[in-house]
Structures are given as C-alpha cells and as structure tokens.
Design a protein around this ligand. Structure first.
Ligand SMILES: *Cc1c(COP(=O)(O)O)cnc(C)c1O
Length: 375
C-alpha cells in the first residue's frame, strides 16, 4: 500500500477498518442504532468539551459547509465571508446558491486573519446574519484563530459557521462561540471519506426555526436532524458501517493523550527541517499542525517531484489546486499521518528527489527533522 501523507484523506487504522466490517442492523428501524448514533455524537461533544449536540451526516466534508449555508441562508441575507484562502473564499458560492449576499472580508493569504482589523470593520458594519470562517485553510495550511474570531463575531451578535474539516482532532478547538462547527471524517480523524460531523448551537437552530422561507434543500437541511432521537427518525437512512468506523476513530482520538502535542511537535519539526534544507515555507505565520506547505523551487516541476517521491519511495504527497496549482507541495501530517517515522522518511524522499532534479538541499532534512523533534 502507498504511504499517504496527504492533507486528507489519511491512512485508516486497522481497528477502524475492522469496525466497518461488522454486521449491520436496519438503522431506520432498530432502536438500538439510534442509541449507538447518539452515543457516538455525545462522544464528539465530550471530545470538544461542549454541551452542544453533534450530528453525523452521510456525505463528505463539503456537505457540512453546504448544509450550514443552506440551513441558515434566506434570500437577501447578508453573510460575512471571512476569506484568507481558497476554502474561505469558497463559502461565498454556497451563500449565493441559497440566495444570500456574501460580503467578503478578504485578507492576505500568507497570514491568519487579524482580529483587530476585523473588529474595526465590524464597528462600521455588523449587519450580518452569520459569518463563515475556515479554521485551517488546507491549500496554504494557514490556521486562523477560530476561537478569538468567533468570540469577536458573537460580541456583534453574528452567528458563526466554522469549517474545521482539516484542523479538528489535530488542533485543539473550543466550540464555545461556534454556532455551526463543520468537520469531516477523512482528515485528522483518519476515518475513510464520506462523513460530515456538525456541532450546532441552540441559537443556530432558533435561526433556522425563525426562517420565513423554507430551507431550500432536503439532504442539506440540518433542522431535519434536530429531533431525530426523540422521534426515532432520520431524514434518510444512515450509513451504519461508516458510523461504526467513525466511532472507532473517535475512540482512537479520545484515548490518545498526546494527540495535540504530537501534531504540534511533528509540524514544528517539519517546518524546521524544510527550512534547514533551504526550502521556503509557503505562508509567513499561522502554521497549522495538520499540514505543512512549501514552495516548489524555481524551475522545478511540482508533478515531477510528486511522481518521483511516489515512484521511488511509495509515498504520496499532495500538490495543490486553484491559484496554488503547481506552486506548492503539501505534506499532510494529520491523524495517522502524524507519525514521526513516516514524516521523517517523506522529508528524506523530498530531499533526495530534489537533489536528483538539480536542487541543492543544504542538509539531510530527515536528520534535521529528528534533531528538531528531540529539542
Ligand atoms: C477537505 C476539506 C473540506 C472538505 O472537502 P471534501 O472535498 O469534501 O473532502 C472542507 N474544508 C476544508 C478546509 C478541507 O480541507
């Protein structure tokens, strides 16, 4: 099997794969499945240390972002789209699709969103139904201070939607000031793709219930999940095997006392190693512990690097898309990928492939990585 160190999907541990192979019941009719589903959701609330309920929806991470916008947006609503990356900007599309008016707060893409500058804007105009923010914008790896920004937005009475798909379980996060927190199965949680997790506040539900127009989607309607347990009714059949696997992955994460520390140390050592080798990190500050992004050296083809790393070392790293296509390489060290031996080997692979392509690498990046880890 190829060793995947991409920023999602990530490697899936054996106990998660085995849990997916268990015999399944009829999840619509078997009352016990509602208990299993609710316990799994409660474990997520416990992990995030919040009283707010979680919901598990069948669909990739994108479904969560769309469901948040579909459920909150009414035609004509003004929505603040906080944008310092490709996913940040992308929220505007969902807002528009559901008839809202996105108002962009676009900032430079090499640094996290500055809360003081945002406050100055909100003091002039804060007439927004909700705001969207991406925790880790995966294409660049920039990490926004979701807690501080959501606290600020709540001061102005604005509902908050946070995409933490590629950060949650790799970066600590309080859901306290988040009205809809979106997560996915295939990133740092290291379950297979296909599941969205949403944590929803009472205020978000109240906003959905106060709508004058119906939610313009069935599959992406979060309100349809609100009373599933009381009514013993899901809007559609739940993917039981996916949820069995997800549960095992949540248990893995919840039982891992060093989860965040390991992510933080591996990310810091990866940055130290790349820099020591003479490569350039793509962003200037706000590095996520889940992914490290470096610039492809001038005159070298991104796809040549990736294909040689794949062919010679059987390691899969990621390039990027959109405005960063061919410009950067992304090393995902999230979830099962937050493994020092795997990342050390990937750095050795990048170093040797770059040398082979004529780039002078200043040191053994693998050695630099382990030295930095030991510090
Ligand atoms: C991966 C990811 C998503 C979900 O995208 P999918 O295509 O559904 O995997 C959403 N937001 C961010 C920031 C992501 O990294």
């Amino acid at each position: 099997m190829v060793n995947i160190l991409t920023p999602g999907p990530t490697r899936v541990r054996e106990n998660v794969r085995l849990a997916r192979s268990l015999e399944t019941t009829n999840p619509d009719l078997d009352i016990e499945f509602y208990d299993f589903y609710k316990e799994t959701c409660d474990k997520l609330s416990e992990f995030f240390n919040t009283d707010k309920p979680f919901f598990i929806l069948s669909g990739e991470g994108i479904l969560g972002l769309e469901a948040a916008c579909a459920s909150l947006t009414e035609p004509g609503d003004r929505v603040l789209v906080i944008d310092n990356g490709i996913f940040g900007e992308g929220f505007a599309d969902f807002v528009r699709i559901y008839g809202g008016t996105p108002v962009m707060h676009s900032t430079d893409r090499l640094n996290p969103v500055d809360a003081a500058a945002l406050r100055a804007c909100l003091e002039k105009d804060s007439e927004y139904k909700y705001a969207t923010l991406v925790h880790c914008d995966t294409p660049s790896g920039v990490l926004n201070d979701a807690e501080a920004i959501c606290k600020l937005l709540k001061e102005f009475g604005i509902l908050t939607v946070v995409d933490s798909v590629s950060a949650m379980f790799g970066e600590p996060l309080s859901a306290e000031n988040i009205d809809i927190l979106c997560g996915g199965s295939q990133k740092a949680l290291s379950a297979p793709p296909g599941i969205t997790m949403l944590c929803v506040s009472n205020e978000a539900f109240a906003a959905m219930e106060a709508r004058k127009t119906p939610i313009a989607s069935f599959y992406a309607n979060i309100l349809g999940f609100k009373d599933y347990y009381k009514n013993k009714w899901f809007p559609y059949t739940m993917p039981a095997s996916d949820i069995y696997g997800l549960r095992a992955a949540i248990d893995n994460a919840a039982g891992d006392a060093l989860l965040f520390e390991r992510h933080r140390k591996i990310a810091a050592a990866t940055r130290a190693a790349l820099t020591a080798g003479g490569l350039e990190l793509h962003i200037k500050s706000g590095y996520s512990s889940t992914v490290t992004v470096f610039n492809v050296p001038d005159g070298i083809s991104c796809s040549d690097i990736l294909s040689r790393v794949r062919k010679d070392y059987n390691i899969m790293l990621a390039g990027c898309f959109g405005e960063l296509a061919d410009k950067v390489i992304r090393i995902g060290h999230m979830g099962e990928g937050a493994d020092k031996y795997a990342v050390g080997l990937a750095l050795e692979a990048v170093g040797s492939v770059l040398e082979g392509l004529g780039v002078k690498v200043k040191c053994s990046m693998r050695d630099a990585f382990f030295e930095a880890l030991d510090k």
